[in-house]
Every structure is written in structure tokens, then in C-alpha cells.
Design a protein around this ligand. Structure first.
Ligand code: NAD
Length: 338
């Protein structure tokens, strides 16, 4: 047992719920906080507070005891269909910034030992991501800033906010820039899902010989990191004295068409692809892991195909299940905070 206490904000979400499981395995006492319980399995948290982290009162309640570590993953976010259409920008910016302002302020006032912040590759300048074969996402290329979405601008603002609190008020922070994290128990339908989950769902729902739609020409490139590898990198960063910001991603870059082919192979189906207009984000993006390799000796071990196989099996089962998501939660909970 580590005997340490951890707070996980966004514990009802994809990465947060996996992180809670890992922290419990590592011997932490964990409090999870979110607007909702995890959708697909009960939270592993010792207690789970339903609360709106945009509200000051919530933080007073949540930080009613000392915490060695806080992991701030709560954000109003989703895949391209959510963050690149422009329709959700005011919520994306307001809610996420508000949560981070409170985290930084309360982190200092309540003496939280260390704070982890989940930034995103979406903060990198669009002008370095126009060539799909050669995108530049090294940490030092962040400025002059030109993210391609308000989501990215908020991430950049919050990175700077935590850096300022570290400089001026001694807040001990760690910042990671996640690059497309995927895996089982991630959102797979409803409009907030990301490319790997959306493609797995589309392929699972079609019979062999059918057709799926892909937004854009499918030549845009990305890399994708399996959830367990992401959680491992986060834990290593928190254990180290290196503050970041640092990329947490895979360097195995593929086009969206290639990823669709990989999932079809896993599914044992051959489907036609129809390219349709839709939000696609930057033309190319890949993680640059030079800094994290040098600082933490970390790099992902798993190939994309392997992660897609596990994820496809989970989404296929979800799509086939008439029962829908699990909503019950067997953990112990504090009373709900409005
Ligand atoms: P997610 O949407 O599954 O989880 C975010 C959680 O935050 C949700 O459960 C949501 O209910 C919660 N939340 C939102 N507003 C809240 C509020 N006002 N009060 C309390 N909780 C609130 O997303 P995720 O994929 O788990 O991402 C976690 C973090 O990592 C986010 O900050 C995201 O921006 C960042 N990130 C994720 C990826 C990725 O590929 N998944 C990539 C880059 C960055």
C-alpha cells in the first residue's frame, strides 16, 4: 500500500476511470469526482463525488481533507464531431478553463502535494501540421501559437495557468500533452466519440461487403495510444521530478484509411469506404517522443493493431448488447454535490 491519497477529476470519463483503477492497484486511496459515474463499469474509487467542478462550492467539499496528488482530467470534450464544428466552443472554453482555474487556486490553498494536468496535442500550431507525411509536434514547436480549435486554445491557456501557479505560488505540477488515446470503455457513439471508436462502431454495425462513411478523404494522418500505455506514462510522469509539458502518444502514424483497413482485418470484413464531407482537424499529426524518452525512459510497447483488436472486440460486444451501458455503481459514495 502506498498510503497516499489521490483525487481524480473527470473520474467518470474514459481516461479518468482507467486511471482510478490503476491508482487503486498502486495502493492509493482514491476519490473520484465527475458530473456522472463511469458509463460502462462501476468506478474503482474508494469514494466518488458527483459534482460540477465549475462551481467553487464543489471544490470546498471535495478538498475537505489532504491529498498527496490530484489528477485533473475533467474537460468538456469529444472527438472531431464535437470540438471542430464550432457549435460547442463557448462551453468547451468556459467549462474547462473554469475547472482549471479552480484546480490551480484550490491546489495551492489546500496544499495539494502534486497536480497532474491533461493537456492535448490540439494545442500545437496548425501551420506545422499541414503535411500529412511530416507533421511537427515536438514540445518546442508550440509557439508562435496557432491551435486549430478553441479546445486547443483552452489547453494552451491552462498549461500556462499551471506554469504561472508553479512559478509564483509553488504549485507542484506535471503536464502531459495527450495524442489520441483509445481503448475499451471509451465513448463509442453519441457524437463525442473519436476516430478509432467511431470506425470500430461503423465496421461492427455493417455486414461483410457493406459500406462505411469516413469524414474527408481519409488521407489525414494521426497516431493513437492505447489507454494502458497512457496511464503508465502519466504515473511515471507523476513519480518523476520532470514537470513537462511533454507529449504522451505513439509515433506509429497512420492515415485514417489505413486504420480503417486495420480494423476491417481484425473484424474479418471487407467493406467499401465512402468519403463524405465532415470535420477532420489538421492534415497530419504524430507524437514526437524524443523528450519523454530522454526524461522518463518511456515509450509505448504496443502496436496499433493490437490495441485496435482489443478495442474492436469491446465495441462489437457493446453494439450487439441490447442491455446497453452499465449504470449501477457498487462503490461507496459521498452524497451528491449539486
Ligand atoms: P472524457 O470526456 O471521457 O472525460 C472527461 C470527463 O470530464 C467526463 O466524464 C465529464 O463528465 C467530466 N466533466 C466535464 N465537465 C465537468 C464538470 N463541469 N464537472 C465535473 N466533471 C466534468 O474524456 P477523456 O478522453 O477521458 O479525456 C480526459 C482528459 O484528457 C481531458 O482533459 C481531455 O481534454 C484530455 N485529452 C484526451 C485525449 C483523448 O484522446 N482521449 C486527447 C488529448 C487530451
Amino acid at each position: 500500500m502506498s498510503g497516499k491519497r489521490a483525487l481524480v477529476c473527470g473520474a467518470g470519463g474514459f481516461i479518468g476511470s482507467h486511471l482510478v483503477k490503476r491508482l487503486r492497484r498502486d495502493g492509493y486511496w482514491v476519490r473520484g469526482v465527475d458530473l456522472k459515474y463511469p458509463e460502462f463499469s462501476p468506478s474503482a474509487a474508494d469514494d466518488f463525488v458527483l459534482a460540477d467542478l465549475c462551481r467553487r462550492e464543489s471544490w470546498e467539499r471535495i478538498l475537505d481533507r489532504g491529498f498527496d496528488e490530484a489528477y485533473q482530467l475533467a474537460a468538456d470534450m469529444g472527438g472531431a464531431g464535437y470540438i471542430f464544428t464550432g457549435n460547442n466552443d463557448s462551453h468547451v472554453m468556459h467549462d474547462s478553463a473554469m475547472i482549471n482555474l479552480h484546480m490551480a487556486d484550490f491546489g495551492v490553498r489546500k496544499n495539494v502535494g502534486k497536480v497532474f494536468y491533461s493537456s492535448s496535442a490540439c494545442m500545437y500550431p496548425a501551420y506545422n501540421q499541414e503535411d500529412p507525411r511530416n507533421p511537427k509536434c515536438g514540445e518546442s514547436t508550440a509557439y508562435p501559437a496557432a491551435p486549430d480549435s478553441e479546445y486547443g486554445w483552452e489547453k494552451l491557456f491552462s498549461e500556462r495557468l499551471y506554469a504561472a501557479f508553479s512559478r509564483n505560488q509553488g504549485l507542484d505540477v506535471r503536464v502531459a500533452r495527450f495524442h489520441n488515446i483509445f481503448g475499451p470503455e471509451g465513448t463509442w457513439r453519441g457524437g463525442r466519440e473519436k476516430a478509432p471508436a467511431a470506425l470500430c462502431r461503423k465496421i461492427a454495425e455493417q455486414s461483410d461487403g457493406g459500406e462505411i462513411e469516413i469524414w474527408g478523404d481519409g488521407q489525414q494522418t494521426r497516431s493513437f495510444l492505447y489507454i494502458d500505455e497512457c496511464v503508465e506514462a502519466v504515473r511515471r510522469l507523476m513519480e518523476s521530478s520532470f514537470a513537462g509539458p511533454v507529449n504522451v502518444g505513439s509515433e506509429e502514424m497512420v492515415t485514417i484509411n489505413q486504420m480503417a483497413a486495420m480494423i476491417m482485418e481484425t473484424a474479418g470484413k471487407k467493406l467499401a469506404i465512402k468519403h463524405v464531407p465532415g470535420p477532420t482537424g489538421v492534415r497530419g499529426r504524430n507524437s514526437d517522443n524524443g523528450l519523454i524518452r530522454a526524461q522518463l525512459g518511456w515509450e509505448p510497447a504496443m502496436r496499433l493493431q493490437q490495441g485496435l483488436t482489443t478495442t474492436y472486440a469491446w465495441i462489437e460486444a457493446q453494439a450487439q448488447s441490447a442491455a446497453g451501458p452499465v449504470r449501477a455503481n457498487s462503490g461507496k459514495f459521498l452524497e451528491a454535490v449539486p
